[in-house]
Design a protein around this ligand. Structure first.
Ligand code: NCD
Ligand code: ZN
Ligand code: ZN
Length: 396
């Protein structure tokens, strides 16, 4: 059965236009135009029709930490947040650092409602493994992370730059050990600078994960093959929220000052993508000092609400959450509404006002640093491979 998405404002070739989209039996976009006909019709009048969003940075915790999240709950959270594809990080308790583990993860992820791709963790001794793998990227941790995946020997960094296949980016979690803000920033800039000089030497694509300050973006712009992402929590929260968040406050990189937060907004349009860094932990683990925030279900709306208020350009935002991510991580046939591409579509009600409520979340951890926040603009319907999988808060 083909599906016609009719009468919406559709994001094609970088702008919103009134068009219909026809998704064929095979789940791919068959046509985009006017007065098309399909077996079934979805009326999108008054709604925005976007390519299924892609999140380059999530921690779905399976295998190893499924009491925090798993591919079923994380996949539902992704869909509810408008993401039809996510790229999962390797730092599980059982880290994704061998091909056997990558295969196991791929198998486990089949039960997710969204598509799941994978970053591969680089360690001090898995050079042969990463060469055989074909992940979305290789992720290198030079700083603290959940699970303790970290590169310890300086020589390993260079060897990975030399040996990892050049058609894939290397992703950096910069060094951020110090509790002192100024020191922490110094370490961060230093490790990014080192990463950039290796990238220049070996002429390869690199990507900076969760940039949290404008200066990081300035530094990375010195090298055209370096891309960056920013997570919404660094745009909406700062050290000012320490008291309000209490034991929920900790995240890597740490929340920065109000001044840094505002400067980050001013650099945002130089950034390539928005990443949720969805890092779910139970309340009990947070009380014991776990770092990270869940973000899949709030990120798009937070950013869209900000775009409505003129803080960022709407067209930039859609690209930063779809096609730019697809381009950076070689996600083929996704990220754009285009004939022959996947029939993955996220439909937004731009006028819907809602309040973030933790009890309504799909993530297993069921809390959010944005509890009670009023937002305008919400994911209304998600179509995955031509099938409506989510509508008005319900899974179909
Ligand atoms: C992430 C996690 O919990 O896996 N936590 C976080 O604070 N961002 C780890 C990470 O992104 O490095
Ligand atoms: Zn990280
Ligand atoms: Zn992360």
């Amino acid at each position: 059965m083909s599906l016609l998405v009719k009468g919406g404002l559709v994001f094609v070739n970088g702008s919103f236009v009134k068009k219909d989209i026809l998704i064929g039996d095979e789940g791919e976009i068959a046509d985009i135009g006017a007065s098309l006909k399909g077996d079934e019709t979805f009326k999108a009048t008054g709604l925005l029709v976007l390519p299924g969003l892609i999140d380059p940075h999530v921690h779905l915790r399976e295998p190893g930490d499924t009491y925090k999240e798993d591919f079923v709950t994380g996949g539902k959270a992704a869909i509810a947040g408008g993401f039809t594809t996510v790229i999962d990080m390797p730092n599980n308790k059982i880290p994704t650092t061998t091909n056997a583990r990558l295969d196991e993860k791929k198998d486990l992820a089949k039960k997710a409602l969204c598509d799941v791709l994978f970053h591969f963790g680089g360690t001090d001794d898995n050079f042969a493994e990463v060469k055989k793998a074909n992940p979305a990227s290789m992720k290198l941790y030079l700083g603290h992370t959940t699970g303790g995946l970290i590169l310890r020997k300086p020589d390993s960094l260079e060897r990975h730059f030399k040996e990892f296949p050049k058609n894939r980016p290397i992703v950096l979690h910069a060094c951020d050990h110090s509790e002192n803000e100024a020191e922490n920033l110094k370490e961060t800039y230093k490790s990014i600078t080192c990463f950039l000089s290796l990238a220049k030497e070996y002429r390869r694509k690199i990507h900076l994960a969760h940039a949290s300050t404008a200066h990081e973006i300035t530094i990375t712009k010195s090298y055209p093959l370096c891309t960056t992402e920013v997570a919404p929590h660094h745009l909406f929260l700062s050290t000012k929220d320490r008291e309000k968040l209490g034991f929920l406050y900790k995240v890597y990189p740490p929340l920065r000052s109000e001044q840094e937060r505002i400067m980050l907004w001013n650099s945002l349009e130089k950034v390539d993508c928005i990443a949720t860094d969805h890092a779910p932990h139970t309340i009990e683990d947070k009380e014991e000092g776990a770092a990270g925030f869940p973000g899949l279900e709030t990120s798009f709306s937070l950013m869209f609400d900000a775009a409505n208020k003129g803080l960022v350009d709407k067209e930039w935002l859609v690209k930063a959450m779809s096609e730019n991510v697809a381009d950076i991580f070689n996600v083929e046939g996704k990220g754009r509404l285009r004939k022959g591409f996947a029939g993955d579509v996220t439909i937004i009600d731009p006028k819907k006002e809602w309040v973030v409520e933790r009890t309504e979340l799909q993530t297993k951890c069921r809390w959010t640093p944005f509890q009670g926040k009023k937002l305008k603009g919400k994911v209304r319907t998600v179509i995955k491979s031509g099938k409506v999988v989510y509508e008005d808060g319900e899974f179909v």
